[in-house]
Design a protein around this ligand. Sequence first.
Ligand SMILES: [Zn+2]
Length: 202
Amino acid sequence: MHSQIPEPLRALVEQLARLPGLGPKSAMRVAMTLLKWPEAETRRLGRGIHDLRDDLHLCSRCGGLSATDPCAICKDDTRSRDTLCLVAEWDSMLTLDEGGFYHGQYMILGGLLAPLAHADSESLDLDRLIARLEEGEVRELILALGATIDAENTASFIRNLVRKRFPQIRVSRLAQGIPLGAEVKYMDRETLRQSLQYRQDI
Ligand SMILES: [Zn+2]
């Protein structure tokens, strides 16, 4: 970075440049834009970032981000409690739920097994899943982990685990009309609806 850049600006640009999709150049562009904003708006953005950690919680039931614990979905009594849909990340749950065709519960696994990236079963939220299944309400576990190699491996791992510890629970997965490599969060509503409707036992 140019040596003439004042320290407060340099510090901000260095932090912004760590965000996904932003390198040093675009971080500088963002910082310059912020400087041109009305002061009230810049302060509101800053406050939003500052308050994020205080106001946002992880739902203790599903592991999703929420302003309340439990989250609105877990709290919703009209949703059936015997179907649990397992997704890799929270934004996949958002995509699925936006469709409005699934009325069960969700759980967020917190990632996928990815041996090449050294992500093993320790990095997944298996304790939460096992605790939920031990409650005895869930009759079907739907794996909505996507169709990548990592998702396939993770699905087999979960299926084996459930089969061993909870043989009475049906394990299914989204139908494989989904193009290989697709991530749940990027799927369109109709594809998702069909792949849920035609889900297959594994
Ligand atoms: Zn929840």
